[in-house]
Every structure is written in C-alpha cells, then in structure tokens.
Design a binder for this molecule. Structure first.
Ligand SMILES: [Zn+2]
Length: 147
C-alpha cells in the first residue's frame, strides 16, 4: 500500500518535529498532496487513522489534505502548463519534450499541537491555591488496545 508508506513518512517527520519542540501531543497535520502523486486521499485518511492509534503522540490527530496542482515544464518553449489537463504534450507548442516540475510530492505544510499545560513553573505565579480544574478524562476511546 503506497498510502501506508506515505503515512509512515509523514508521521516520522511529525515525530521528529515534535521531539525538537518538546511537543507531547499533535492535534492535526496539514499536508499538500500532489495531483499526480498517485496517492488516494480516502485511503490516506484510512491509513492515517489506523497508524495514529499506535503512536501516543498522534492519537486523535486529524489529517488535513490540500491538493497541490501538478505543473509540467516544456523544454522546447520553456513554458509551464497544468499537467492534469494536458499530460505530456505542451499546449503552447505541441512538443512532447516535457517533464514534470511538481505535483508528485507529499509535503507537510502545517502541524498543530495540543497545549498540555505542563509548562515549567512560572516565577511570576502567585503562590497559594491554583484553581486548576482537574480533568483526567481525555475523552479518547482507544478501541483497539496496543499489543
Ligand atoms: Zn512547449
């Protein structure tokens, strides 16, 4: 499954970014999906949900998919054109001497993290009672236990 490989690639990158920034929970990830990447968004979402259940960092994280237009470059007239509409033949000069400029890739565009409220004690905090509402219920239903 191509999509599963893409999901693993995304999660690996997100984990690296999260580790760098000391993030313990990811809320959502936005990706740009190239029009001719061959990845089917519906399959990608399915794989995403499955894979995220196995990663504590990723549990419950949503995946937002934005489409990136595929662009082909013509070597003869040096112009660009939309790949999906014209495929390999340049609409400007009719040449087949073309190559794909972009649109095959999957890029991570944005990562949203959840604020866990575990910041270091602030020196300016007033001493005494903290009126912090205790909430141990994270509301996540992990129906498939790991292992
Ligand atoms: Zn051309």
């Amino acid at each position: 499954m191509h999509e599963l490989g893409v999901v693993f690639y995304i999660i690996r990158d997100v984990k690296a970014v999260a580790a760098e920034n000391k993030v313990s929970k990811v809320a959502s990830v936005t990706i740009e999906l190239g029009e001719v990447s061959g990845v089917i968004p519906e399959y990608l979402t399915d794989c995403w949900e499955w894979a995220c259940k196995k990663e504590p960092l990723m549990v419950g994280a949503t995946l937002n998919i934005e489409t990136m237009e595929a662009v082909t470059f013509c070597e003869d007239c040096r112009q660009e054109y939309p790949t999906v509409k014209y495929a390999k033949i340049c609409p400007h000069c009719g040449s087949e001497n073309t190559y794909l400029l972009r649109g095959r890739d999957v890029n991570i565009k944005d990562i949203t993290v959840m604020d866990c409220g575990q910041g270091e004690g602030d020196a300016n905090e007033p001493s005494g009672d903290y009126n912090v509402e205790e909430n141990d219920h994270n509301g996540l239903d992990i129906s498939a236990p790991i292992e």
